[in-house]
Design a protein around this ligand. Structure first.
Ligand code: G6P
Length: 606
C-alpha cells in the first residue's frame, strides 16, 4: 500500500528518497514520485512504472536535486494509476504533498476549494489536502497542517513541503503509519523504519493524531489536541539485511526458505508454556476468560482458522474466528469474558485495527495481538502481545509470517490448556520437544522443491485448481488456494473434502487439478473416499501425503511424500509445499511474484 518518505538534510536527498521508495516497494504500488525544493521551487518527477524507472528519470533525465523533499509509492484508491494522479501532488506550484489513506469528505472539501478558485487536475482525494493547506497557509507550515487536518475525515498519513519554508517537512498521521527517523543534522519521515535503513537507526513512532515538523535542527511534535508532545526515540536496527535478496530469485522464495529460522526465533526459550510469554498481565487475563474471538484478514485469518482447531481440541476453549472487515460492521453479541486475539503480520492492517477498536468499544477489555512488528499500532493498542520473529517480510504473499503465527497460536493453545488443567507435565514436555524439532522437519519439506517444480510446470498451463483438506488441514487448503491465486492468477478454491459432493464436484473434469492435503490423521480414510470421488469423475489428483499414509502414485494420482505424520503441528509442515507450488507455478507463468498485480503488502486503507 502507499509508502511515504520525507527528508531534510544539508546534502542532496534525492538518492535517499528514491532508495527509501525502493525499500517500500514491497508494500505494493502502481505509481511513484518524488518532489524536492530546488532553488526555492518545488520540482518533481513521477512514474507509472517501477521505482527503478523513477530513479532513471531523476538521475539521468532531470538531474533532480534538493536538500528538502518528499517521495511516494501510490496504490490507487481514488483515480487511476496515471501520471497526473501520482504523488507528490502540487498546489499552485507552492505546496507539494504525499498522502497514504483515504479522505472520506474529499468531495465536500473539493467543492469548498473550487469555490475559492482552486483548480483540480487529478482524480485523487489527496489533491484537496494540498489545496487546503495552500489556502490556509499564513507563514507557518506546522501550524497550517495542524489546522488543516482538523477538517479531514478519514485515514491519512501525509508529508508536505512549502516553497517558502526551504528546510522543513511537515507530516501528520491518523489511521495510517508514519515514523520519524532522527539523524545527525538531518531528519526523516517514512511509512516504516525499513525505508530509512542506511540513513538512521533512531526512530520515534508517532501516535494517532500527531503532527510533526522536521527541520535540520530537530523534530517538533504536537498531539491530537495541539499540545507539544515527546515521543520516545528508539534504536531499531537489523533492518538492512532484510531487503537483500541473496542467492534467491524472489523475496517470496527467500522467505519460504527462512521459515526454519523464523520458527526457531519464535519458539519461546523457556522450558515451559507460561502465561507471561504473552505479557505481564497475561496470567490474570487468561484465568478470567471463557472464550476466544480471533479477528484478522487474509493469510492471518487462515492462521486464526487453524488455531481454532488447536484452541478447542487442546485447550477446550470455545473459539470464534472472524474476518476483521466483516466483524467491524456486523451487529454482534459482545462477551466481556472473551479474549480478543488480533493476528497481523504488519500490525497496521486498517480493517484489523478497526475491528479491534470496535471490539473494545463494545466492552471487550481483554485483547492480545499476535504480530510481527513490535512497534506497530496494533501492538500499542492491545493489553497483551506475542511477537512473531519472522523478520521483515517483503513478498506480498505472506509465507514465514503465517508459519510463525501458527507457532505463536500453538503456544497460546498449549499455555491455555495447561492453565485449564488439560495438559500435564509429560504432555507439555512432548509438545515442547515437537515444537523444537519443527525447524528440522521443515528443512526436510523444503528439500521437496525439485519435485514441486516438476508439478508447477503442469500447473502453469491450468486456469483453475481445487484444493482439498479436512479438519485442521482445511485452513491449510484455503491458504494454499490463496497463495496460488495471489501470485499465479490461477483461479483456485479450497473446500473441506467432505463438502465436495455438495457442489464443487460439478467442476471436476480431466482439466481440473485437485490438490489434496493428506496427513495421516483420524480423517485419512474419509479423505481417501473423497479422493475416489474425484478420480471417478476423471479429476487429476496432486496429493501431499504423509509418508505413513500408504497413498501411492497411480493413474490420475500423483503423490509427493511428506515426512511421517507430525501430529498437532502438521499444518505448519503441510502449508510449505503449497507455498512452493504457488511460487514455482507463478515463476513458470512469468508473473511479478513479489509484487502481484493489484495487491499490496500492508493494507492501511479500508
Ligand atoms: C494483505 C497481504 C496479505 C496479508 C493481509 C493481512 O492482503 O497481501 O499477505 O495476509 O494483508 O495483513 P496483516 O499484515 O494484517 O497480516
Amino acid at each position: 500500500m502507499c509508502g511515504i518518505v520525507g527528508a531534510v538534510a544539508q546534502r542532496n536527498i534525492v538518492p535517499v528518497l528514491v532508495e527509501g521508495l525502493r525499500r517500500l516497494e514491497y508494500r505494493g504500488y502502481d505509481s511513484c514520485g518524488v518532489a524536492v525544493l530546488s532553488n526555492g521551487e518545488p520540482r518533481r518527477a513521477r512514474s507509472v512504472a517501477r521505482v527503478a524507472d523513477l530513479d532513471e528519470q531523476v538521475v539521468r533525465e532531470t538531474q533532480l536535486s534538493g536538500m528538502t523533499g518528499i517521495a511516494h509509492t501510490r496504490w490507487a484508491t481514488h483515480g487511476a494509476p496515471v501520471t497526473h494522479n501520482a504523488h507528490p501532488i502540487f498546489s499552485r506550484d507552492t505546496v507539494a504533498l504525499v498522502h497514504n489513506g483515504i479522505i472520506e469528505n474529499y468531495e465536500a472539501l473539493r467543492e469548498m476549494l473550487r469555490g475559492k478558485g482552486y483548480e483540480f487536475v487529478s482524480q485523487t482525494d489527496t489533491e484537496v489536502i494540498a489545496h487546503l493547506i495552500h489556502s490556509m497557509y499564513r507563514g507557518d507550515l506546522f501550524q497550517t497542517v495542524r489546522d488543516a487536518v482538523q477538517q479531514l475525515h478519514g485515514a491519512y498519513a501525509i508529508a508536505v513541503i512549502h516553497k517558502d519554508q526551504p528546510h522543513t517537512v511537515v507530516g501528520a498521521r491518523q489511521g495510517s503509519p508514519l515514523v520519524v527517523g532522527v539523524g545527525e543534522g538531518e531528519n526523516f519521515l517514512a511509512s516504516d523504519a525499513l525505508a530509512l535503513a542506511g540513513s538512521t537507526d533512531r526512530f520515534a513512532f508517532l501516535e494517532e493524531g500527531d503532527v510533526v515538523e522536521i527541520t535540520l535542527e530537530g523534530v517538533k511534535i504536537a498531539d491530537r489536541d495541539g499540545l507539544p508532545a515527546q515521543r520516545e526515540v528508539r534504536v531499531v536496527s537489523a533492518y538492512g539485511g532484510a531487503v537483500e535478496l541473496g542467492p534467491y530469485r524472489h523475496f517470496m522464495q527467500k522467505e519460504i526458505f527462512e521459515q526454519p529460522r523464523a520458527i526457531t526465533d519464535t519458539i519461546p526459550q523457556s522450558d515451559s508454556f507460561d502465561a507471561d510469554l504473552f505479557g505481564e498481565k497475561a496470567a490474570g487475563v487468561f484465568s478470567e476468560i471463557d472464550s476466544i474471538l480471533i479477528l484478522a484478514c487474509g493469510t492471518s485469518y487462515y492462521s486464526g482458522l487453524t488455531a481454532k482447531y488447536w484452541l478447542e481440541s487442546i485447550a477446550k476453549i470455545p473459539t470464534q474466528v472472524e474476518i476483521a472487515s466483516e466483524y467491524r460492521y456486523r451487529e454482534s453479541v459482545p462477551n466481556p469474558k472473551s479474549l480478543v486475539v488480533t493476528i497481523s503480520q504488519s500490525g497496521e492492517t486498517a480493517d484489523t485495527i478497526a475491528a479491534l477498536k470496535h471490539a473494545q468499544s463494545l466492552g471487550h477489555k481483554h485483547t492480545l495481538a499476535i504480530c510481527n512488528v513490535a512497534t506497530s499500532a496494533m501492538v500499542r493498542q492491545t493489553e497483551l502481545a506475542f511477537l512473531t520473529h519472522a523478520g521483515t517480510e517483503i513478498g506480498v504473499a505472506s509465507t514465514k509470517a503465517f508459519t510463525t503465527q501458527l507457532t505463536a497460536l500453538f503456544v497460546l493453545a498449549v499455555t491455555l490448556a495447561k492453565m485449564r488443567g488439560f495438559v500435564d507435565a509429560k504432555r507439555e514436555a512432548a509438545y515442547l520437544a515437537q515444537l523444537r524439532h519443527l525447524p528440522a522437519a521443515l528443512n526436510s519439506v523444503l528439500a521437496l522443491e525439485p519435485q514441486i517444480i516438476a508439478w508447477s510446470e503442469e500447473f502453469a498451463r491450468k486456469e483453475n485448481a481445487l484444493f482439498l483438506g479436512r479438519g485442521l488441514h482445511y485452513p491449510i487448503a484455503l491458504e494454499g488456494a490463496l497463495k496460488l491465486k495471489e501470485i499465479s492468477y490461477i483461479h483456485a478454491e479450497a473446500y473441506p473434502a467432505g463438502e465436495l459432493k455438495h457442489g464443487p464436484l460439478a467442476l471436476v473434469t480431466e482439466a481440473m487439478p485437485v490438490v489434496t492435503v493428506a496427513p495421516n490423521d483420524a480423517l485419512l480414510d474419509k479423505l481417501k473416499s473423497n479422493m475416489q470421488e474425484v478420480r471417478a469423475r476423471g479429476g487429476e489428483l496432486y496429493v501431499f501425503a504423509d509418508a505413513d499414509t500408504r497413498i501411492v502414485s497411480e493413474d490420475g494420482i500423483q503423490v509427493i511424500r511428506m515426512p511421517e505424520h507430525y501430529g498437532a503441528l502438521s499444518p505448519i509442515l503441510h502449508v510449505v509445499p503449497l507455498q512452493m507450488l504457488a511460487y514455482h507455478t507463478a515463476c513458470a507463468r512469468g508473473t511479478d511474484v513479489d509484487k502481484p498485480r493489484n495487491l499490496a503488502k500492508s493494507v492501511t486503507v479500508e
